[in-house]
Structure formats: C-alpha cells, structure tokens
Design a protein around this ligand. Structure first.
Ligand code: AMP
Length: 396
C-alpha cells in the first residue's frame, strides 16, 4: 500500500478525505478534537511538502440536504488554530466557485470543503459527483479510516479519476496495527472481545480464532456462550438463536488450540435503569445467574483470571466493553482490564474502535496503550478480513 510518504506531491492539488465527523456539545461547540488532531500528521506532511491541500469530510447525517447544522465551518476554525495557519473554508464541495478557489491556492495552503453529505450523490457513490470532486485536484489521499468501509464518492468513487491515490498516515497506522501486528503477532496473542451481541461479532470471532493464542469472550456476548454450555443466565441479554454459532466457535477454538476463556463469575442486578444509571440489588454470582437477575459485568474472579492472561501476552487486542460500562457500578470489569493492559508495557496493545475507545479513555489509560483505532464499523470489518473499499482503491 502506497502512502503519502511514498509520493512527491509538491505543487500538486491534493484532495484529502479526512474524518472530521466530530462530536458537538449542547451549544453546538466541538466537544472533542480527537479526530481533527488525528488528521494533523498527514496535513502537516503535505504542507511541508508544498502541496495544495483540499480537505473533505462528512459531518453528521444531513441526509443529502444542505443543513447548516451540519456545516464544517467550525472545524475550519479549530484546524486553523491547531495548524497555526489559516484554513480557507469553502461553503460548498463542488461547483465553479469552489474550483476557482482551489485553483488560487498556493503551495502549502489549506482549504476545507463543506460537508460532502450535503449531496445525496456522496453516499450513492454517484459517478458524476465523484468526477466533480475529482476536478478540484490532481492527486488523492484517503486518511478517513472510519469511513473506509463505505464505498462513497469521496471515499472510493473519486479515486478512479485521480493519480496517484495513496493512504494518509492515519490509515497507514491503522493498517500497521490492525493488519500487520495482528496477522503476524508477537506471541502469545490475546484477543478480548466484549460488547452486547454475538450477532455483531460472529465474523470477527471466526477470523481472530485463526490468529489468536487466547480468546476472552466477555460482555453480554459471553452469556450466549455460557447458555450454550448449559448454564442458566436469568434475565441477562442472551441470543438463543446464536447458540449454534457459540458452539461452533468453541469447537473451532479447540481444533485450533486456542484457549477460549469465558467469565467464571458475574456482577448481577435485579434491575438495570439506563436512565438514572442505577442498578438495584447488586450481587456477585458464579457461572449460573439466578432467574430474577441480569448479568451486568464480569466479576472479580474473572478480572483476576483475564488479567493474568493479559500479563503473559505479547500482543493484546481489545474490542468491546466487559459489561454495561456506561453505568458506574457495572464498569469495574472494563476498567480493571484496561488497567491490566496498560500495565503490560512489553506488549503491543491495540484498542479496537467504538465503545472500547470510550472505555479506555474513561479509565484514564489511553496514553498507556500502543494503538487506539479510530474506526467503529471499519475496524470490525477490517479485523474480519474484509476488503475495505476506501483502501482497495488506493495504489498498491
Ligand atoms: P458493542 O457495540 O457490541 O461493542 O457493545 C457495546 C455495548 O455492550 C455497550 O453499550 C454495553 O453497555 C453493552 N454491554 C456490555 N455488557 C453488557 C451486558 N452484560 N448486558 C447488557 N449490555 C452489555
């Protein structure tokens, strides 16, 4: 895979697809700059090379209509602050005035286009719209890993019309950690999968059973596995129609010599109130969960068991929380494993996207892991071994 570091883009107009889909607070202010900061290395590299940089992103779900609630203008201000140079905000992403504005860019200057999803042609991957976007530039850089699993105009369609087309530094790092480091891991390699549903993670369980030495299955997913083994799961979140999948995964693990670990105890509660974030009548039980109770987190013996496995590992991949970590009393398992991962300084530790990123940040250990993926769906699909359209279209 070619990256921005492999090509000379000096003096070229470069269309850079980034992921500026930032969260806003109640006042419409950007509440977390992580995604903007994550795009800086590629942008700075292109500035240093003397390229003319045209940034494009989606933001929210404007459903193909121009809705200024989803304007990227506030991002231009923050980006300009972070880069220490002006960022020219363009109030559209195609059309004559945009073309004129980007023609006038000097080497090292940066422009940000308005939200590409103001056009439904973006998500339709419309060929004419892709061509219109391509008209703005000579070369293409994709650095939006979070949308690389979508074949949209700015993530895939446009690449047909531009050359070179290369990966940005963020995507290159995602490929290094989610790809190389898990395909050829330092062993033992421990995969820890949590979260709500087996049905969301079937393919990732299957793919990673081909690579891992240990696989921990926790979160509500574990309850379907324990149900398959004949345990009682009370009112816990289970998927009885996925029992056969759980059994197949356990058989595969045995055949491949992967040590598959399930929780040996659980934190349970009689009632889970998501609104007040309160649990009623919290208890710790063993493998079986009483009829009136619901499993909300892994218990202390499971924490000790999994932490010991983590301590012995050279590569660790975590995806999904161990319990309902949004509720404080059900977050201990997730945070304890985050701490165990952070403590193992010798290992390559990879946090795989989505809720796990939130969990590692809240645990205060995000600086102590090797890599935090910026994708949600893209991370899972990549780990499943799927070819992501936004990466597939780049120069090899
Ligand atoms: P996922 O998106 O599949 O990684 O799932 C994340 C969600 O799983 C979080 O919102 C957690 O609250 C939820 N989750 C984890 N453990 C449990 C559990 N024991 N019961 C219900 N939900 C859970």
């Amino acid at each position: 895979m070619k990256t921005v570091k492999d090509v000379n883009l000096q003096g070229k107009r470069v269309f850079v697809r980034v992921d500026f889909n930032v969260p806003l607070d109640g006042n419409g202010q950007i509440s977390d700059r992580t995604r903007i900061v994550a795009a800086l290395p590629t942008i700075q590299h292109l500035i240093d090379q003397g390229a003319k940089i045209i940034l494009a992103s989606h933001f929210g779900r404007p459903n193909g209509e121009k809705n200024l609630k989803y304007s990227l203008e506030p991002v231009a201000k923050v980006l300009s602050e972070l880069l220490g140079q002006p960022v020219l905000f363009l109030p559209d992403c195609i059309g004559q005035s945009v073309q004129q504005a980007v023609q006038a860019l000097d080497n090292g200057e940066v422009a940000l286009l308005e939200n590409v999803r103001f056009y439904k042609e973006e998500t339709d991957n419309d060929e004419n719209f892709s061509r219109e976007l391509a008209r703005l530039a000579d070369a293409y850089v994709n650095d939006a890993f979070g949308t690389a699993h979508r074949a949209h105009a700015s993530t895939a369609g446009i690449a047909k019309f531009l050359s070179p087309k290369v990966a940005g530094m963020l995507i290159a790092r995602e490929l290094e950690f989610l790809g190389d480091k898990t395909a050829h891991p330092q062993r033992p390699f421990t995969v820890i999968l949590g979260g709500a549903k087996v049905s969301d993670k079937i393919s990732v369980i299957d793919a990673l059973l081909d690579r891992a030495d240990h696989m921990v299955i926790a979160g509500a997913m574990a309850y379907t596995f324990l149900l398959a083994k004949g345990h009682k799961m009370g009112k816990s979140l289970v998927e009885p129609d996925k029992i056969s999948i759980a059994l197949a995964a356990m058989q595969k693990a045995e055949k491949k010599g992967v040590r598959l670990l399930l929780p040996v105890d659980s934190v349970v509660a009689e009632r889970v109130d998501f609104e007040t974030r309160k649990l009623e009548n919290i208890q710790i039980v063993g493998l079986d969960i009483p009829e009136s109770m619901c499993g909300v987190d892994i218990g202390p013996r499971s924490v000790a068991l999994f932490s010991e496995v983590i301590q012995q590992s050279k590569t660790i991949l975590l995806n999904g929380p161990m319990g309902i970590f949004e509720i404080k009393d059900a977050a201990k398992g997730t945070f304890a494993l985050a701490e165990a991962i952070a403590k193992n300084r010798e290992a390559t530790s990879i946090i795989g996207g989505g809720d796990s990123v939130k969990a590692i940040k809240e645990s205060g250990h995000s600086d102590d892991v090797s890599f935090i993926s910026t994708g949600g769906g893209a991370t899972l699909e990549f780990l499943e071994g799927k070819i992501l359209p936004g990466i597939n279209i780049l120069d090899q």
